[in-house]
Design a protein around this ligand. Structure first.
Ligand SMILES: NC(=O)c1ccc[n+]([C@@H]2O[C@H](COP(=O)([O-])OP(=O)(O)OC[C@H]3O[C@@H](n4cnc5c(N)ncnc54)[C@H](OP(=O)(O)O)[C@@H]3O)[C@@H](O)[C@H]2O)c1
Length: 322
């Protein structure tokens, strides 16, 4: 089978299209014929081996996994003898990251718990765009953020995957939503339904004097005190990612913040594939619609990772595998 193989840390140009053996499923695994996959922040980090801290997880000197990629939609082609949820022919999708990487290929064997059934009305390209970013947005706004009707919400890093799903989820609560990003993404964000947009290269949203009930951040760049400044008295700031030293500052100042204010600052650790049933229901109701950049062919994955890393994409970068 064809796969995009990663032999060493470097740049996306070091990735190679290679023929590798088609795997066979272990007892709790299913073999999936992959129809679509998507590019994520993890892929950009795995390929470069940066930030270096990630090498503790991905392999110190060279990547432990030969094939990257962690979101897929496809069809079950074979099942291990202990598999209970799926049968051959089922259309499935999911975020594989808790059980392994390897979706940049024509086939993958993965634990059945990494997958759920794909609704018929959802295309493979739409399904692969959903699990990671939509679950982060849902768990950030609903679980950690405890979003309430009519709130003022700000989403930072709003032009990517988390931001576009975040907008759609926040709007179901009648929220007024401001999105922060840059470039031609701002025009697309206005068209998607953001009430206000802010260009982070021109305006620092923590210094405008505006206050928010809830902030969902996909790119934490400031110190905790900056976020405290823009929250209403009982407001919540929830981040899903950003600069490591800023995230560390959040962790070490958590106890002090809890003692001195009713404002709440929190980092969300993704629970992979949790809430996909709720996302499926929002999709069926026409409330959630993935914003897809692509689809591009398997051979363009090295280019697509560079494109993602340069931040030129809109929504989710999707790869269709024929
Ligand atoms: N919590 C977890 O368990 C977990 C798991 C996996 C991933 N993550 C994190 O989740 C996030 C993924 O979000 P995503 O998929 O939506 O990423 P994405 O598609 O890359 O979107 C992020 C957006 O933020 C913009 N941006 C860059 N710098 C910014 C700044 N200073 N201020 C405002 N916006 C800025 C980027 O645009 P430009 O670059 O063009 O400027 C891009 O449009 C990442 O931070 C990732 O590390 C978290």
């Amino acid at each position: 089978m064809k796969a995009i193989v990663l032999n060493r840390y470097g740049s996306p140009e070091d990735l190679q299209v290679q023929d590798i053996p088609k795997p066979s499923p272990a007892a709790h695994e299913v073999l999936v014929k992959i129809h679509a996959t998507a590019i994520n922040d993890y892929d950009w980090s795995i390929v470069r081996g940066k930030p270096y801290l990630y090498r503790l997880m991905f392999g110190l000197r060279r990547p432990k996994m030969p094939v990257a990629g962690m979101e897929l939609a496809g069809v079950v082609e074979a099942v291990g003898d202990q598999v209970s949820q799926f049968q051959v022919g089922d259309a499935v999708y999911g975020d594989t990251s808790e059980y392994g990487f390897g979706t940049f290929a024509e086939y993958m064997c993965i634990h059945e718990k990494a997958l759920i059934l794909k609704p018929n009305e959802m295309s493979f390209e739409q399904a692969t765009a959903i699990p990671h970013a939509a679950a982060l947005a849902y768990q950030g706004l609903v679980d950690a953020g405890q979003i309430k009707s009519g709130q003022r919400v700000l989403i930072n890093g709003a032009g990517g995957g988390v931001g576009t799903f975040g907008l759609q989820i926040a709007k179901t609560y009648g929220a007024e939503v401001t999105g922060v990003d840059t470039g031609d993404k701002l025009q697309r964000m206005r068209a998607l339904g953001f009430d206000q947009v802010i260009d982070y290269k021109k305006v620092d949203f923590t210094k405008t004097g505006q206050r928010y009930d809830l902030i969902l951040d996909a790119k934490t760049k400031h110190a905790p005190r900056a976020y405290l400044r823009v929250l209403h008295p009982e407001g919540r700031y929830v981040t899903v990612g950003g600069d490591l030293h800023r995230l560390l500052q959040l962790v070490v100042s958590k106890a002090w913040i809890a003692r001195t204010t009713k404002k709440h600052l929190q980092i969300v650790a993704l629970k992979a594939n949790k809430d996909l049933d709720k996302i499926n229901a929002l999709f069926a109701a026409g409330i959630i619609k993935p914003l897809i950049d692509g689809p591009y062919p398997l051979e363009k994955i090295p280019w697509a990772i560079s494109y993602f890393g340069a931040g030129q994409h809109h929504g989710k970068v999707v790869i269709a595998i024929k």
